[in-house]
Design a protein around this ligand. Structure first.
Ligand code: FAD
Ligand code: SF4
Ligand code: SF4
Ligand code: SF4
Length: 572
């Protein structure tokens, strides 16, 4: 022992530093709050009308498991190569990354996985139905009917799909131009689904002509009606219509079906939705020198409220303009100019949506702003309505099928979804409606209130304020190749998608909102070493567990978790 005044004297308190002693002390008893893992829906999942969980499939893809990613994807949506092309991707508008730098290009990854599955011949994962499985009738083989059929198979039922046309696909097959949706892709996904055991596909079978709802109710466990809305809305200007009026949708379907379209020198297409935009581009591509789109709505942009913006996809509007289509936004047709019964022009007036006394937006025409546009043809493309044939007993006063939140109509055992209900109006919304109805049918057949699909809709999604952005780096979003304007006009696909490397890069850009991304922060930063790492996934799906005997509840892990997967809850 050194004497007093010796400069080398040190005193070490060995008591708490002896190996093993900190474990022996149950520091967890000091705690007033504890960390917990909490799965929260990512905003992309919350916003996807089909119910997809992009966070989950991006995670699989990022970890080199494309097939597992695709299987997660098709659990919600059996048509990802279609939706990856035509969905307006509200998931990306909601994506947290959009408030950090640029949204993850979710639809490109979806499309990449959908295409990979077609290329590789991956089979939709579903067990064969048991011999006693109930058979359900699905009327209409558009996205809503196909989605419902797929989910019914997944739930163990059999399905007979009745389709009026020779082929499946609905409006995707009959109206969306192949340069936006190549037919090999559409037909590949439809055929893969319809070939599954348990599905019986009956083409050229029309409700109202070949069978009735009552006959289906008598022969099947339940009925799902998904016949869409394909009858063009009646259009006139103060009761006046040109003698040679051709509504937009039949013109477009004729072009898609047999490649024929009139080509006068100039055409005015009336409307601002997908049909108007597709038709205008097809007319332009066919050689019509001047194609105008006259729409009450505004061009989508920061100054135009969403409810006043044109309904066509913004990308399609931009491409139409690139191709020479002239969009006359915020205009209405006040008068048709006729020579005899033939149209020679229209008188337009400026229109705008302005708030009324109650604050609601109402469309107002501004007198004195009239202008004349000389055209050889006017084509209304102002939307479609339901063909009532066979549905008379089910239609409401507004001419469509009324359903509750699950998809049930007022008639027991009859469910409906997609455009026939006039909810939505997109492929993805139709897919979501089919999925929800399949679960509702399953519950109805069992006559027990079993849990519905894991929507997680009731749980608020994790917002950007729930993330710790200090742990993420900025990275630009991948850009896809687009066919140059000079090469457009045929069936060649215009949007070329992403190849494997940039698609993988997009998956890596995902912030993994609300789900563990295995960054090890909690494991390495916990001052009490109270976060343990497990080789196998723990019961909550992550590879981390809390050692509550030693966690003092300091909250550091929750603070430093990048993705909002750890929350602090008060001790009882
Ligand atoms: C030109 C155009 C472009 C579009 N572009 C896009 C886009 O880019 N993105 C997007 O998300 N959405 C787009 N849409 C909308 C989208 O196509 C529809 O919302 C979607 O297809 C609706 O699906 P559904 O299954 O409800 O109906 P549909 O797709 O209309 O399918 C209904 C099916 O039922 C069949 N059927 C009809 N009547 C009967 C009967 N009596 N008996 C038996 N079968 C019957 C039909 O033949 C059809 O196959 C577009 C629509 C059009 C017209
Ligand atoms: S279907 Fe549409 S909203 Fe859903 S994930 Fe795909 S692109 Fe996004
Ligand atoms: S960052 Fe990823 S998990 Fe978060 S909203 Fe975007 S895609 Fe979804
Ligand atoms: S800190 Fe990292 S490892 Fe820990 S829960 Fe959060 S994401 Fe997972």
């Amino acid at each position: 022992m050194s004497g007093a005044g010796d400069a080398t004297v040190r005193y070490t308190r060995g008591g708490v530093a002896r190996p093993g002693t900190s474990l022996a002390a149950d520091t967890g008893s000091w705690r007033v709050q504890r960390p917990v893992h909490r799965h929260r829906p990512a905003p992309c999942h919350h916003a996807c009308p089909a119910g997809e969980d992009p966070q989950a499939y991006l995670a699989h893809f990022e970890q080199g498991r494309p097939r597992a990613a695709w299987e997660v994807l098709v659990a919600a949506n059996p048509l990802p190569a279609v939706t990856g092309r035509v969905c307006p991707h509200p998931c990306e508008s909601a994506c947290n990354r959009g408030r950090f730098d640029e949204a993850v290009a979710i639809h490109h990854v979806e499309r990449y996985l959908g295409d990979a599955a077609l290329r590789e011949g991956w089979v939709l994962p579903v067990p064969e139905p048991t011999p006693g499985a109930v058979r359900i009738a699905v009327v209409g083989a558009g996205p809503a009917g196909l989605s419902c059929a797929w989910q019914l198979l997944r739930l163990g039922h059999r399905v007979t799909v009745f389709e009026a046309e020779a082929q499946a696909g609905g409006a995707c097959a009959s109206a969306i131009p192949p340069y936006r949706l190549p037919r090999a892709v559409l037909e590949g996904e439809n055929a893969r689904l319809l070939a599954l055991p348990g599905i019986d596909f009956r083409a050229r079978q029309r409700l109202g002509r070949d069978f009735s709802i009552e006959e289906l109710r008598a022969a099947y466990g339940a009925v799902f009606v998904a016949v869409g809305a394909q009858r063009p809305r009646v259009w006139s200007v103060d009761g006046v219509v040109p003698a040679d009026l051709h509504p937009g949708l039949p013109l477009l379907t004729e072009w898609v079906g047999v490649g024929r379209i009139p080509t006068p020198a100039s055409v005015a297409v009336i409307g601002g939705g997908n049909t108007a935009m597709d038709l205008a581009r097809v007319l332009k591509g066919a050689g019509v020198a001047q194609v105008y789109v006259i729409t009450h709505n505004g061009l989508p942009g920061p100054d135009v409220p969403a409810e006043d913006a044109m309904r066509a996809l913004p990308r399609e509007i931009v491409q139409a303009q690139e191709e020479g289509v002239e969009i006359l936004a915020h205009r209405g047709v006040r008068r048709l100019l006729l020579r005899g019964e033939r149209v020679v022009g229209v008188e337009m007036v400026h229109m705008k949506k302005l708030p009324d006394a109650a604050g609601r937006l109402r469309r107002v025409a501004f007198d004195g702003t009239e202008t004349v546009l000389h055209v050889d043809m006017v084509v209304p493309a102002i939307g479609e309505e339901v063909d009532p044939a066979g549905l008379e007993a089910l239609l409401n006063g507004a001419g469509h099928l009324e359903i509750d939140a699950s998809g049930a109509t007022a008639s027991p055992g009859v469910f409906a979804g997609g455009d026939v209900t006039l909810h939505g109006g997109t492929v993805t919304e139709a897919v979501g409606a089919g999925r929800r109805a399949a679960h509702a049918i399953d519950r109805w057949l069992r006559a027990t209130p079993v849990a519905g699909p894991a929507e997680r809709d009731e749980v608020a999604p994790v917002g950007i304020e729930g993330l710790n952005l200090a742990y993420y780096e900025h990275a630009p979003r991948a850009r896809e190749d687009v066919l140059p304007v000079a090469e457009r006009g045929g069936d060649a696909e215009i949007d070329r998608g992403l190849s494997e490397e940039p698609a993988g890069g997009e998956a890596r850009r995902c912030l993994s909102c609300g789900e563990c991304l295995a960054c090890d922060n909690c494991f390495t930063l916990c001052p009490d070493s109270a976060v343990l790492k497990t080789r196998e996934a723990a019961s909550d799906g992550s590879h981390y567990v809390f050692d509550y005997q030693h966690c003092k509840g300091c909250g550091l892990c929750a603070n430093e978790c990048p993705c909002g997967f750890i929350g602090m809850v008060a001790e009882d």
